[in-house]
Design a protein around this ligand. Structure first.
Ligand SMILES: Cc1cc2nc3c(=O)[nH]c(=O)nc-3n(C[C@H](O)[C@H](O)[C@H](O)COP(=O)(O)OP(=O)(O)OC[C@H]3O[C@@H](n4cnc5c(N)ncnc54)[C@H](O)[C@@H]3O)c2cc1C
Length: 286
């Protein structure tokens, strides 16, 4: 039987007091959809769980046209999927949210929890990278901001220090007219982790047209396909031969593993196919 204690602080201040006197085997919990599974599988053995779910300061989603979208640490995947400004300005995030597990799980699972888990197949990672998301961290040493790309340092690893928690993730508003999409390849349509995920954003900012591409389940830590993005920069309607070159460049920047869900070779080849498909879909939506 699993034995652990649970604290449910009502404020960030109270949470930090508990975390400051807790030992090394302490875990914070948001929705618990990863943490509790890892505990059942004997992958982690916290003696103390600090459940954040009563902390008002961590709830909600706000949108400010001059800044962007701020997703609180307790905002669930469903809250994000149902937010009107997410559908309008962050369609790649919306697609990813709707591809996450199923409706019931999405009512528990949080976007920030998905990023903190840092599992390479996490559906929120690639969209938060193409929207150039920044994590807001709070802890005993104060506050700091860390880009999502740097926050995740490897499979199930992140930069959080002892006693530090994520307050929110902020996604700047894409400049000018934009379009986005997230495509996920799984073995079935619901309740499956990605074999490959591709997030794509196109913007027509004050300068030239820009493309951003990031992937899920095919790299140990987040990656942007910079070479592929540079090939596309300024191109309004990429033809098939350019899309083939972009797909090659995308395949060259991933480093997937073989696991129960797919082989390394299959994943690499699907990165190429899904990159072209995601670009076509984004261009259609533009
Ligand atoms: C049946 C099932 C289906 C699933 N399907 C999918 C899927 O399709 N796609 C997908 O990406 N994932 C899927 N998952 C995984 C999981 O649901 C997600 O990763 C989820 O978004 C995690 O959020 P959570 O709030 O439940 O995190 P929790 O389990 O509460 O926490 C996860 C980790 O993050 C840490 N953490 C959480 N919040 C904070 C914070 N504010 N500050 C610091 N650390 C924090 C915790 O300590 C823990 O280490 C599935 C899980 C299950 C059980």
């Amino acid at each position: 039987m699993l034995a652990f204690e649970m604290e449910r602080p009502a404020s960030l201040k109270e949470a930090f007091e508990i975390l400051s006197r807790s030992g090394p085997d302490t875990a914070v919990k948001a929705g618990g959809t990863d943490l509790l599974v890892w505990m059942k599988k004997n992958l982690v053995h916290p003696e103390l769980i600090v459940d954040l779910s009563l902390i008002e300061e961590l709830k909600g989603i706000s949108f400010d046209p001059s800044g962007g979208l701020v997703i609180g640490a307790l905002a669930t995947v469903n809250e994000v999927a149902e937010h009107p400004q997410v559908g309008k300005f962050y369609p790649a995030l919306m697609d990813a949210a709707l591809s996450h597990s199923d409706f019931v799980m999405r009512n528990k699972a949080t976007v920030v929890g998905n990023l903190c888990s840092a599992v390479p197949s996490g559906d929120m990672i690639a969209p938060c990278c193409v929207y150039e998301g920044v994590m807001h961290l709070v802890g005993p040493a104060g506050r700091r901001k860390v880009p999502v790309m740097e926050f995740i340092t490897g499979p199930r690893k992140n930069v959080l220090q002892k006693g530090e928690i994520v307050k929110s993730v902020e996604l700047p508003l894409p400049k000018g007219h934009s379009a986005g999409c997230y495509l996920k390849l799984g073995r079935r349509n619901a309740l499956d982790l990605a074999q490959v995920g591709v997030a794509c954003v196109i913007t027509d900012g004050p300068g030239e047209r820009e493309y951003r591409l990031s992937f899920g389940a095919v790299t140990p830590r987040p990656v942007r396909a910079k070479v592929a993005e540079d090939l596309l920069r300024g191109v309004v309607s990429p033809d098939e031969s350019l899309l083939d070159k972009v797909a090659e460049a995308a395949m060259a920047c991933v480093d997937p593993i073989t696991d129960v869900r797919a082989s390394r070779e299959y994943r690499i080849s699907m990165v190429g196919e899904l990159t072209k498909k995601a670009l076509r879909k984004c261009l259609e939506r533009f």
